[in-house]
Design a protein around this ligand. Structure first.
Ligand SMILES: N[C@@H](CCC(=O)N[C@@H](CS)C(=O)NCC(=O)O)C(=O)O
Length: 219
């Protein structure tokens, strides 16, 4: 039995899977994929993920991509009673799924909308319309946390928290001001105590540093 994570340390979806592996206390091997050098488009890599994206997890001979689907698999397959993604309460699970899908769609699209022009199109400022989308996401995240410590709307951290953390920490380190978001701010402090949090911070800072080197104005 062996499990291998193919990832890039700065990549938010890679960090979501890494956090899940850490919070489940699973053993795994890791292989860094250098996307700058095109390793994600090599024939060898495309055999395990024809989409050419990271992260990928290979569990024995079962290869998976799509970070959130991998996180669900890891709990279901390796620790089915774990409160990171409960099996016994369908409504609790719905809330986690709802947050995961929000993260995969609205949050990720706001993030990529803001960052891709900086990374790939030579832009040096984040346009106001993109900032507004991110602030709108933050307002929603703030309301999800009303009365709760975690995005699971319970006392338990969930894979939704881990996935949102990977995206959130990226934008935070670009220079987001959390003064108007006390729930999110307190949640982020709680997250810093989780297994794998330091590793996630390191990757998020690495990504943010790269972006800030291209920006002439802070977020
Ligand atoms: N929805 C996918 C996104 C994966 C993704 O696009 N990863 C980026 C790195 S953050 C990547 O591999 N990009 C390379 C490419 O698209 O060529 C997931 O959550 O796993």
């Amino acid at each position: 039995m062996s499990m291998t994570l193919y990832y890039s340390p700065a990549s938010p979806p890679s960090r979501a899977v890494l956090l899940t592996l850490r919070n489940l206390g699973l053993e795994f091997e890791r292989k860094v994929i250098n996307m700058m050098a095109g390793e994600n488009k090599s024939d060898e890599f495309l055999k395990i993920n024809p989409q050419g994206t990271v992260p990928v997890v290979v569990d024995d001979d079962f290869a998976m991509n799509e970070s959130r689907a991998i996180c669900c698999y890891l709990v279901n397959a390796k620790s089915p009673d774990n409160s990171l993604y409960p099996t016994d309460d369908i409504k609790a699970r719905y809330i986690i799924d709802q947050r995961l899908f929000y993260d995969a769609s609205t949050f990720t699209s706001a993030l990529t909308g803001a960052l891709v022009p900086i990374m790939r199109k030579g832009e040096t400022v984040i346009q106001q319309e993109h900032k507004d989308k991110i602030l709108s996401v933050l307002n929603t995240l703030e309301s999800f946390l009303d009365g709760y410590e975690w995005f699971s709307a319970s006392d338990n951290v969930s894979i939704a928290d881990l996935s949102i953390l990977a995206n959130f920490s990226t934008i935070y380190h670009i220079g987001l001001d959390l003064a108007d978001y006390p729930n999110v701010s307190a949640w982020y402090e709680r997250c810093k105590e989780l297994p794998g949090a330091d590793e996630n911070e390191k990757g998020a800072k690495m990504f943010a540093m790269f972006l800030k080197s291209k920006l002439t104005e802070p977020f």
